[in-house]
Design a protein around this ligand. Structure first.
Ligand code: ARG
Ligand code: ZN
Length: 851
């Protein structure tokens, strides 16, 4: 069954107040709900339910049998306009492997309700435009579940008979059911506090298993920084007296912004230098901020329906990206964000699962928590920000929050608030929300007699499923010209390309110029600029926009790689790429983190995206060839960078982080260059490291090699970290990503390892997701990789449909490959589709991938 955006109707009944009573147990939990319902339209009361059986139903205090079940929902024909409806159901958290609704994780009981998990807990109008005030009473065995948490403020607690106890929570802010949360367990708290701008004190708590408590300091620090940042940059204060975070082992996503009670995947909370890499630390800061920022962009202003998901997710990603940029290096952060966009969103937009930032239809909403909704959505907000500037943007966001506080809003509401508050006409810009596909922009410099330089631009967006014809969209392009002789920047301007084609005057330039365009990645497009190798080489050396400089280096690498794959030759681009990396290594003005980013080769999958027919083996060989060349050309510099600061004790400073990042890149280049002592050097780094970043970069560099040091390091890593689930995930993941020819066999063997389980999403993603992302191993000739991936997806689907469905996209790219591979990939999709009992989640993803 397909849900369509155009079918939206206001709710027939609303529920201003709800009281929930949980009698908690892992084997059996009884939920009693008391709903005060109010009629809005002449229709029966339909309370969504998923797998629930009513034990008792009462209307206005009277037991009734006058109800029916319709597709899981409880339907009541009620006479008047206001009633009290009470229901009772029994749940089995222990056997809830979907991890939606109320489930057990470790010894804990916890909930996940977004998007439609609340209907697995109790009968309710489970849609985001029904906002209710919640009172929650939790009752549980005190020894097993000493801590009982829910949304809002704690208003009562105490002991009961039989060793049980209770807690009562009240959330004064009306909220949709997807923001409900409850947790019970034996949890330890890191407690802190934050004083808001207006002087209120908020009690902060991060709750974990007792042994993990020492690993929560970074998350707490990140939370306090996020709270201060949202006050400073957006004028948003926290609104309750308590803010709690709970970390759980088994979680389908990164984290969840439940009002006053965020629930997190442990991987985005727990960190210490011995177990977490610098990028894990960055991920924690970003996700803690993201969930906290949702308190305004998501909770105070929520979504009218799930087609508006990007209203909260795109905006909140934009906000967390701004926070992370302010925390570290904005340039490096931008490079990382664009790399992630190109790795996940661009392929999505170019494949069978392409959809607009505001979709028109879905079968299963869980499948729409995508890179398009999140990351492309954030890029749309960023373009508005670029168009109006920070000051006017803030006036627009202030107006948005003011107008829609306490409401369930739409993307259109956001755009209108921006138009009014930031004084900008976004009529044409709205197309970005409705149109899928990545626009392609061709740019060419033309010279006029008197020295005037003009820029010829042309845009087009390729067809996507259901959208054969595309309109032009407004594309803001930060553009500059450089004088080739002096290296000076001549002019910078924001060019707005609104039509299919345009010619723009860029100013007068006496001599040769170089074109720097889409600086800072001002628009999420594919740029096809007509630039000679020497022009890119010039920009790689001189561009003063760090992102554009990075792009120039990447452009040289891509040109060399594409040529190499196509003709076995790499022309002058390879030499220019080698020289550009050398020049950056020699430039003391550049910081290490930037050099590390710019020296990284484009990923195999991104190289494939540039080609008509993807040839995974040829791509891999070309990439290894270029890697070896860059490695060999700068051996001394790589050795020096690998050693620099290696003996200093761990410090978590931007400089030390940058050094570690470049150390890892240097080590990989030394191995690629087959430097005589490279494997020994890697093992030495591995053994002497006092932190996970250096240890893991050494392991990653070794894992693709045949050296004996590889086994030594893998074994030692497992022995040392086998007791820590998050680190063991890394051990599984790094092997799944290996470029060795025996990777499929290794992954099959690991899938039978006693420590492997599909039941834990982190573990499943590490091994199976890691394998799916490994271009070389997945597409190995013969198709055994496709079959293995499909087998694992089918198995996982029986436990956890949401997580299973997210593993489908690598197979859905079949059209991009040669005939034999395409047929073999498609055959696995068809086999999955024929499998009886497929979940709706998996069915939709597979069906759309074939069609
Ligand atoms: N709102 C959460 C976040 O981005 C993600 C929840 C996704 N859950 C789901 N079942 N689709 O912060
Ligand atoms: Zn979010």
């Amino acid at each position: 069954k397909t849900i369509r955006r155009e079918d939206y109707r206001q709710p027939d009944w609303i529920v201003p107040d709800v009281a929930l009573d949980f009698d908690l147990g892992a084997e059996r939990t009884v939920v009693r709900a008391r709903l005060e319902v109010r009629r809005q339209a002449p229709a029966p009361l339909v309370l969504d339910g998923d797998g629930l059986v009513p034990v008792a139903v009462r209307v206005d205090g009277q037991a009734t049998e006058a109800w029916r079940l319709d597709g899981g929902a409880l339907v009541l024909d009620l006479p008047g306009d206001a009633h009290v409806v009470e229901t009772e159901v029994a749940l089995s958290p222990q056997t809830n492997t979907q991890l939606m609704g109320l489930y057990a994780s470790g010894g804990l009981l916890c909930t996940q309700c977004e998007a439609e998990g609340f209907r697995r807990i109790t009968f309710f109008p489970d849609r985001p435009d029904v906002l209710s005030r919640y009172r929650v009473r939790l009752v549980a065995d005190k020894a097993r579940y000493p801590v009982l948490l829910s949304n809002g403020d704690l208003v009562g607690s105490g002991d009961l008979d039989d060793g049980r106890h209770f807690a009562e929570w009240h959330d004064p802010f009306p909220k949709p059911s997807y923001l409900f949360a409850a947790v019970a367990g034996d949890l330890a708290e890191r407690r802190d506090s934050f004083t808001t701008a207006s002087g209120r004190t908020v009690q902060l708590g991060i709750w974990t298993r007792a042994e993990d408590r020492p690993r929560t300091a970074h998350a707490m620090e990140s939370l306090k920084l996020s709270m201060a940042w949202d006050e400073r940059v957006y004028g948003r204060e926290y609104d309750l007296g308590i803010f709690n975070i709970v970390a759980v082992n088994d979680f389908n996503f990164g984290a969840m912004e439940n009002k006053g009670l965020n629930i997190f995947n442990t991987r985005y909370i727990l960190a210490d230098p011995d177990e977490a890499t610098d990028s894990d630390y960055d991920g924690i800061a970003a996700v803690v901020a993201h969930e906290y920022f949702h308190n305004w962009s998501g909770n105070r202003v929520t979504c009218r329906d799930w087609f508006q998901l990007s209203l909260k997710e795109g905006f909140t990603v934009f906000r967390d990206q701004g926070f992370s940029a302010d925390l570290g290096s904005p340039a490096v952060r931008r490079i990382e964000d664009v790399r992630a966009l190109r790795a996940t969103q661009f392929p999505e937009d170019a494949g069978p699962l392409a959809h607009p930032v505001r979709p028109e239809s879905y079968m299963e909403i869980s499948n729409f928590y995508t890179a398009t909704i999140y990351n492309k959505g954030a890029e749309l907000i960023r373009m508005i920000h670029t168009l109006v500037g920070p000051g006017r943007f803030r006036q627009g966001s202030d107006l948005y929050f003011e107008r829609h506080d306490g409401e369930a809003a739409t993307c259109e509401d956001f755009v209108v608030a921006m138009e009014v508050g930031a004084q900008v006409d976004l009529t044409a810009f709205r197309r970005w929300y409705g149109q899928a596909g990545t626009p392609r922009v061709e740019a060419r410099i033309a010279r006029v007699e008197d020295g005037t330089v003009s820029l010829a631009l042309r845009q087009s967006t390729p067809p996507t499923p259901g959208q054969p014809d595309k309109s032009p969209v407004p594309i803001p392009l930060r553009t500059a010209l450089f004088d080739r002789a002096s290296g000076a920047r001549l002019a910078e301007q924001l060019v707005l390309l609104e039509d299919a084609e345009a010619t723009v005057a860029l100013g007068r330039a006496p001599g040769d110029v170089a074109l720097s365009i889409n600086r800072g990645f001002s628009a999420p497009i594919v740029l096809v600029a007509d630039r000679a190798t020497d022009e890119l080489a010039f920009l790689a050396a001189h561009d003063d926009d760090p992102f554009a400089r990075y792009e120039a280096v990447q452009g040289l690498m891509l040109e060399a790689l594409v040529d190499r794959v196509a003709s076995g030759d790499a022309g002058g681009a390879a030499d220019a790429a080698v020289d550009a990396v050398g020049a950056m290594l020699a430039d003391p003005a550049l910081d290490d983190a930037f050099v590390a980013e710019a020296a990284l080769l484009p990923s195999e999958s991104f190289i494939g995206d540039q080609m008509l027919v993807v040839e995974p083996l040829a791509i891999h060989d070309a990439r290894e060839w270029l890697r070896a060349r860059i490695g060999r050309a700068h051996l001394a510099a790589w050795r020096e960078r690998q050693e620099r600061g290696a003996n200093q004790p761990f410090a978590y400073t931007p400089e030390a982080k940058g050094r570690r990042r470049l150390r890892g890149v240097a080590l990989a280049y030394l191995l690629a260059a087959r430097d005589t002592d490279a494997a020994a050097r890697a093992l030495d780094q591995f053994q002497r490291a006092d932190n996970m970043t250096d240890r893991f970069s050494a392991l990653s560099a070794l894992v693709g090699s045949d050296a004996a040091e590889r086994e030594t390091a893998l074994d030692a890593f497992r022995v040392r970290h086998g007791g820590s689930p998050l680190v063991l995930d890394k051990w599984f993941g790094v092997q799944a990503g290996s470029s060795r020819s025996d990777t499929l066999e290794t992954v099959v063997r690991l899938s039978r390892d006693p420590d492997f389980t599909l039941a834990n999403p982190n573990r499943a993603r590490a091994l199976i997701g890691g394998f799916g992302a490994n271009q070389l191993a997945l597409h190995d000739d013969g198709g055994a990789g496709y079959r293995f991936l499909a087998d694992q997806i089918l198995q996982l689907d029986r436990l956890n449909p949401q997580t299973a469905a997210r593993l489908v996209p690598p197979l859905g790219r079949w059209r991009r490959f040669g005939e034999a591979r395409a047929a073999a990939m498609r055959a696995q999709l068809e086999r999955m589709l024929r499998t009886p009992g497929l979940s709706r989640d998996l069915y939709e993803q597979v069906f759309r991938s074939i069609d």
